[in-house]
Design a protein around this ligand. Structure first.
Ligand SMILES: Nc1nc2c(ncn2[C@@H]2O[C@H](COP(=O)(O)OP(=O)(O)OP(=O)(O)O)[C@@H](O)[C@H]2O)c(=O)[nH]1
Ligand SMILES: [Mg+2]
Length: 325
């Protein structure tokens, strides 16, 4: 179960700091059930989601070149699998929607990793503050891949850090494109993954499945009900990144996933500024010498960084310039 959200005004302020105007209005409603689909570019995330849609529903864009296709977060409302129809109505008799979320892979061809992380983690954090329920997460891997490429490994690392340790039983590790490779080879590759890169997650309860696009609704049904064998309640999980950005009010570079990325000087300054703001809130309320000293040290670090950036003539965004005026 998720913790009760304390101090939501502060949480909202923290998220607002990381939001950009082009993100648009967040589409979620409380009560929505969410299942994000993640994984490297080209593994078949959009194709999998399309297999859940009924005729006439707008399809996700599927890529047929090496260029990545999905660069934004695309939530889509899908019909509940027939054996979970009863879950459409919650305990209070209110209707709820099932939302599958298409996400861009890291190492996207057009957008850098820190921007991808910002989009994914902010979306997840906002869904958490909206009280949407996370039933589980799907991570896809292309079984035609002959070896673990650097980008695939980086995506897996990032995914692992987004999820954290508590929600591993809600993770489905799915292998795609079985039809494009000899079945014995695919089986061998999947068991190699299970014994190496995926071992720790699988030992902690993550499920490894072969994705069959004709049976994708069955998988969704299993995810919805994995916590309840009687199929009467929907699983309600939270990922580490959601906790970090909300309850812990971290800035993205401070999160476990964020720590793995390189940030620009501008982003570091922004981080330092966020820290200074937090400390200022504390110093306003306390006479504790240690906190006051920490605040002054933080301010000094910030000034040093700005001076360094100016000396290097690093271009600043208008927003950051305004802050230092
Ligand atoms: N043979 C086969 N091809 C697939 C399967 N799933 C996806 N593909 C193909 O793989 C390519 C990439 O599929 P997408 O669904 O766009 O992959 P994606 O993960 O959404 O990619 P990005 O949006 O770039 O991150 C397309 O050419 C698909 O037709 C599958 O199960 N079998
Ligand atoms: Mg896609």
């Amino acid at each position: 179960m998720r913790k009760y959200r304390r101090d939501s005004a502060k949480i909202m302020r923290n998220l607002a700091r990381m939001t950009k105007p082009e993100d648009g209005i967040f589409p979620g409603c409380p009560n929505d059930i969410v299942i994000p689909v993640m994984g490297p570019t080209g593994v078949g995330k959009s194709t999998f989601i399309n297999s859940l849609l009924t005729e006439g529903q707008p399809q996700m864009l599927v890529g047929h070149s090496l260029m990545s296709c999905t660069s934004t977060i695309n939530p889509v409302v899908v019909n509940f699998p027939s054996d979970t129809n009863h879950l459409q109505v919650d305990a209070k008799g209110e209707n709820r929607r099932l939302i599958i979320v298409d996400t861009p892979g890291f190492d996207d061809t057009f957008v850098d990793d820190s921007e991808i992380l910002r989009r994914i983690s902010l979306w997840l954090a906002q869904s958490y503050t909206k009280n949407m329920k996370l039933a589980g997460v799907i991570y896809l891997h292309d079984i035609t891949q002959t070896r673990m490429l650097g980008t695939t490994r980086r995506n897996l690392d990032m995914f692992r850090k987004l999820v954290g340790d508590k929600a591993l039983s809600a993770v489905v590790l799915g292998t795609t494109k079985w039809g494009s490779v000899d079945e014995l080879v695919a089986r061998r590759r999947q068991s190699e993954l299970a014994d190496s890169y995926w071992k720790e997650m699988s030992d902690a309860g993550s499920r490894i499945v072969q994705i069959d696009l004709k049976k994708s609704l069955v998988l969704i049904s299993q995810i919805l009900t994995h916590k309840d064998p009687k199929h009467t309640t929907v699983a309600d999980e939270f990922l580490m990144i959601q906790e970090e950005l909300t309850e812990m009010r971290k800035f993205i570079p401070e999160t476990e996933a964020g720590k793995t990325l390189r940030y620009t000087l501008e982003q570091v300054i922004e981080l330092q500024r966020a820290r200074a703001e937090k400390l200022k809130e504390k110093t306003d309320k306390s006479n504790d010498n240690k906190i006051v000293q920490e605040f002054h040290e933080g301010q000094k670090r910030l000034e040093d960084l700005v001076r360094a950036a100016k000396d290097m003539k690093v271009p600043f965004s208008a927003r950051i310039k305004r802050f230092f005026d």
